[in-house]
Design a binder for this molecule. Structure first.
Ligand code: FBP
Length: 551
C-alpha cells in the first residue's frame, strides 16, 4: 500500500455535497418530465437518425419516496483525456446505486471504450471506491480514446453487457464520447436490448457546454491549477524583470482555458483563437500586435510580461489552417519521395518548393523548428500533429526577429528575452477542487437516479451551479437535444455541438475591456493554490467564466 500524504488523508474523508433534492430524496427522487425537446439544429435529419430517442422531455428531479427495486448491474467507462473529478462521478454513481438497492453492482470497464468492446472490467467494491474518493486522475479504471462508433462495436458492447447481465452503462466523456453515447443509446433501443445509456459531461477544455450543461467537469480544477502556476510565474517575472513568459495552455480546440486563466491572472496578452478566426488575423498580424506590446513596455524599461496562448491557436489562423490542409494533401500525394529523404532540411525544402505561392509565403517566415515540426511530426494517418507544434516558441522567436529588425534603427536598444512553457498535464489530474468534487459526485449520483427512473439517451445534469449547492437543480437532458449535423471527414454526421468561446459573451467581453490596461501595466492577480479547507470565499468560488456567464 503506497504511503498517503496528510492532504490525501484529509481529502479522502471529505464528504461531497449534493443538490438539495438528491440530499433529501437520494436516488429515489422522481423524474418530472418537461415538454418534448428538439435538437439545437437540423431537427429533421436528427429525428430521422434517432427515431427512438429524439424529442425526449428534459427531466428535473422532484421529491419521491423510497421504493424497493430488484438488483441491477451497471457499467461505467471513462473516455478521453483525464479531468479532475472523474473518480467522484464513479463514487456518486456507486453510492446512488447502492442506496437504491444494496445488492446493485457497478462494473468499471478498463481503459475507456475499448474495455467495453473487449470486455475488460473490474467489479467495483466499497474498498476500491473509498480509496479513490476526491482524488484526481482516472487511474481507478483508466481511460482511452477508442471511438465507440461502428455498428460492429455496438454489437460487441451489447454482448459484453448481456454476458454480465448489465442493464445500464454510464459514459463519462466529452462531446465526441457523448455523441457516441447518443448513437449507442439509439442502437440499443433499436435492438430492444434493455440496456440504458447515460452520459456525463467531462473535459478540462470546457467546450462541452450549452444552455443546459453549464460546464463540463474538470474545467474548474484544471484552470485553477494553471492560474496558480501563471500567478507564480508573474511574481517571478515582476521580480526579475528580464523575461517575457510565453505560456501555452491546453485546450485542443476552444480557448476557454486560456480565457479563464487570463481573467484570473491579468496577463499582458491572451490570444483567443476564436477572435483570431473571426477577425481573420494572419500570423504576422498576431506577431506584430504582440511585438507592439513588448516594444511599448521596453521603451518604459518594463522588459517583462506574460502572454497566454491557447493550444488550438495554430488551426484558427486562416493561412496556417489552409497551409496545414495543403501540407497534408501534398505529403499524401508524394509520400514515397518524401519518405525517401532522410535529412529534415531536405524534407523542408522538398515541401517548400511544392507549395502553392500563397502557402509558400505563409511557410517561409516560420522559424526553422516550426517548419521541421510541420513536416516532421506526422500522426498515423500521415497528418500534421497540430497539437505538438510549439506555438509558444514560434511566437517568441518571431517577436525576437521583429525586435532584432527594429534594433537596427532604434536609438536605445530594445531588450527582449523569453521563456516558454506548456501547461496541460500539470492540471488534468489534480485533486478536484471543492466545486469539482461536489459537481462530479452530484453528476454520478444524478446518473444513478436516471438509471432508477429507467431513462436512456440522457446526460446527467446539474444546473444553477454558479450558486451555492443547495440551489443546484439536478436532472437529465436528452442527448439528442444537443445534436446538430456537421461536415466531418467528407460526410454529414450528427454530433454534439462544440462550444467555442462566444465573442459576444461576458467572459470574452471582460477580457476585451481590460486587456489594454493589463498590457501596459503590472496588474497581475495572484489566485494562489486551490484551497480545500477554509472559508467559502477562498475554497468554493466557481470559475470567473461560470460566474460571468450565469450571474
Ligand atoms: P478531452 O477532450 O478528451 O477531454 O481531452 C482534452 C485534452 O486535455 C486537450 O486539452 C488536449 O489537447 C488533449 O486532451 C491531449 O490529449 P492526449 O494527452 O491524449 O494527447
Amino acid at each position: 500500500m503506497p504511503e498517503i500524504s496528510p492532504l490525501q488523508k484529509a481529502r479522502a474523508a471529505y464528504q461531497p455535497r449534493l443538490p438539495k433534492i438528491l440530499a433529501e430524496n437520494g436516488p429515489f427522487a422522481q423524474a418530472k418530465l418537461g415538454e418534448p425537446t428538439h435538437s439545437v439544429a437540423d431537427q429533421e435529419a436528427i429525428r430521422k437518425l434517432f427515431p427512438d430517442t429524439y424529442g425526449l422531455p428534459a427531466i428535473d428531479f422532484v421529491p419521491g419516496a423510497p421504493v424497493a427495486t430488484s438488483p441491477i448491474r451497471a457499467g461505467v467507462i471513462l473516455s478521453g483525456g483525464q479531468a479532475p473529478g472523474g473518480h467522484n462521478v464513479i463514487a456518486g454513481l456507486y453510492d446512488g446505486l447502492k442506496k437504491l438497492n444494496g445488492e446493485n453492482q457497478l462494473f468499471g470497464f478498463l481503459g475507456g471504450p475499448s474495455g467495453l468492446i473487449e470486455d475488460k472490467s473490474l467489479l467495483l467494491t466499497d474498498e476500491i471506491i473509498d480509496s479513490y474518493r476526491n482524488t484526481g486522475g482516472f487511474d481507478m479504471i483508466c481511460s482511452g480514446r477508442t471511438k465507440l462508433e461502428t455498428e460492429e462495436q455496438f454489437q460487441k458492447v451489447m454482448e459484453t453487457c448481456k454476458r454480465h447481465g448489465i442493464t445500464a452503462i454510464v459514459i463519462i466523456g466529452g462531446d465526441d464520447s457523448n455523441t457516441n453515447a447518443c448513437t449507442l443509446a439509439q442502437y440499443l433501443v433499436g435492438q430492444k436490448a434493455g440496456i440504458q445509456v447515460i452520459g456525463c459531461p467531462k473535459t478540462i477544455d470546457g467546450d462541452l457546454k450549452n444552455k443546459w450543461i453549464e460546464v463540463s467537469f474538470g474545467f474548474d480544477t484544471a484552470t485553477k491549477v494553471y492560474s496558480e502556476l501563471i500567478g507564480n510565474i508573474m511574481r517571478d517575472a515582476n521580480s526579475a524583470r528580464k523575461y517575457w513568459h510565453f505560456i501555452k495552455l491546453m485546450g485542443r480546440s476552444a480557448s476557454h482555458i486560456a480565457l479563464e486563466c487570463a481573467l484570473q491572472t491579468h496577463p499582458q496578452a491572451c490570444i483567443v483563437s476564436e477572435e483570431v478566426a473571426a477577425k481573420k488575423y494572419s500570423l504576422k498580424q498576431i506577431v506584430d500586435q504582440l511585438t507592439g506590446i513588448v516594444v511599448e513596455r521596453a521603451r518604459r524599461s518594463l522588459n517583462f510580461g506574460v502572454v497566454l496562448i491557447p493550444e488550438g491557436l495554430i488551426e484558427f489562423i486562416p493561412e496556417i489552417q489552409t497551409l496545414i490542409a495543403e501540407l497534408n494533401d501534398l505529403l499524401a500525394k508524394n509520400q514515397a519521395a518524401f519518405d525517401a529523404l532522410t535529412d529534415l532540411e531536405a524534407k523542408v525544402a522538398f515541401v517548400e518548393e511544392r507549395l502553392t505561392p500563397a502557402h509558400q509565403e505563409a511557410f517561409r517566415p516560420l522559424p526553422a523548428a516550426i517548419k521541421a515540426q510541420l513536416v516532421g511530426d506526422r500522426d498515423p494517418h500521415g497528418n500534421v500533429q497540430v497539437s505538438k507544434i510549439e506555438t509558444e516558441k514560434m511566437l517568441a522567436e518571431m517577436i525576437e526577429a521583429n525586435i532584432r529588425a527594429l534594433n537596427a534603427t532604434e536609438p536605445k536598444k530594445l531588450k527582449f528575452s523569453s521563456q516558454c512553457h506548456f501547461f496541460g498535464y500539470e492540471g488534468r489530474c489534480a485533486a478536484p477542487s471543492n466545486f469539482d468534487a461536489n459537481y462530479c459526485y452530484s453528476l454520478g449520483y444524478t446518473a444513478s437516479a436516471l438509471i432508477a427512473a429507467g431513462k436512456t439517451g440522457y446526460m446527467a445534469s446539474c444546473r444553477n451551479i454558479s450558486q451555492p449547492i443547495d440551489q443546484w437543480v439536478a436532472g437529465g437532458i436528452p442527448l439528442t437535444m444537443m445534436m446538430n449535423m456537421e461536415h466531418r471527414h467528407g460526410k454529414d454526421v450528427p454530433v454534439i455541438k462544440k462550444a467555442l468561446v462566444d465573442l459576444e459573451g461576458k467572459p470574452f467581453q471582460t477580457l476585451a475591456a481590460n486587456r489594454e490596461a493589463w498590457a501596459k501595466g503590472v496588474e497581475f492577480r495572484y489566485p494562489g493554490p486551490i484551497q480545500y479547507f477554509g472559508p467559502a470565499e477562498v475554497c468554493d468560488q466557481p470559475t470567473q467564466t461560470l460566474a460571468l456567464e450565469h450571474l
